[in-house]
Design a protein around this ligand. Structure first.
Ligand code: NAD
Length: 251
């Protein structure tokens, strides 16, 4: 028997990248898994796909209710859907600030709000939010994105405190740069994609990008009933980028 056997999980943004790897891993480890995504057309069995836009409360409530009906309950929520934003504070207007905050922060709130009544009746309830190293390190050209992830980090701690008495654990993962379709798009739009990839790789002490599977492993660790004493934590999955200060390699 594996740790997720008999548990029911919902993964937002589960049609691509980190969310997809997580949905597949939870299913491999025995969970029944529903994916909530803007475009679930690529989601294949045994995963169950549900269309929803996390910026639309009605759509989230309907998709969570449909997923819970399909799964027969809900124990684990992976709040992962998110979008990027480039630039300094001068580069995005108010509308863009509201749009990215709406997806990355309020989107997680909407999903949690719809899921909580179901999680309260689970005996292994866990929420894992996909945060980012951008919450804890100052990265250039990421003012708006970092502000959203800083909010996700604080939200994770506040939710962990609010719901600990109900037996619901809340944690987050803080990935470094992960090799997902999103980062692929970012590299494609750079003037010199190879140089941009090399710079992103060099920024991580491991000298390589993180894989989606590695983030999925960390998310599964936090969501697992085996981690019943872990709540209110941020787990770095960043190739050492946050915690290490290496000496420059001498030439
Ligand atoms: N890739 C990285 O380097 C990296 C690093 C740190 C954190 N993250 C975080 O990981 C999460 C996933 O990123 P990824 O790299 O796998 O991206 P991705 O673009 O490969 O996948 C994101 C998924 O979210 C879905 N989505 C986007 N907006 C949505 C909405 N409004 N409603 C419902 N679904 C929506 C997309 O359809 C897509 O399937 C994000 O929260 C991101 O901030 C990524």
């Amino acid at each position: 028997m594996t740790d997720f056997e008999g548990l029911k999980a919902l993964v937002t943004g589960g049609a691509s990248g980190i969310g997809r790897a997580t949905a597949e891993l939870l299913a491999e480890r025995g969970a029944l898994v529903a994916v909530l995504d803007l475009d679930p057309s690529s989601v294949e069995k045994p995963l169950l796909g549900h269309r929803a836009d996390v910026t639309d409360d009605e759509s989230v409530r309907a998709a969570v209710a449909a997923a819970v009906a399909d799964l027969g309950g809900l124990d684990v929520v992976i709040n992962n859907a998110g979008i990027g934003a480039l630039g300094t504070v001068e580069d995005n207007d108010d509308a863009e600030w509201h749009r990215v905050m709406d997806v990355n922060v309020v989107g997680m709130v909407r999903v949690a709000r719809a899921a909580l009544p179901h999680l309260r009746v689970s005996s292994h309830a866990a929420i894992v939010n996909t945060c980012s190293i951008a919450a804890t390190a100052g990265l250039p050209q990421r003012a708006l994105y970092s502000a959203t992830k800083g909010a996700v980090y604080s939200l994770t701690l506040a939710m962990a405190a609010d719901h600990i008495g109900e037996g619901i654990r809340v944690n987050c993962v803080n990935p470094g740069t992960v090799d997902t379709p999103w980062v692929g798009r970012l590299l494609d739009s750079a003037p010199d994609p190879a140089a941009e990839r090399a710079a992103l790789q060099a920024r991580q002490p491991t000298g390589r990008l993180v894989s989606a599977a590695e983030v999925a492993g960390a998310i599964a660790y936090l969501a697992s009933p085996l981690s019943g004493a872990t709540t209110g934590t941020a787990l770095a999955v960043d190739g050492g980028m946050q915690g290490l200060r290496l000496r420059p390699v001498s030439q």
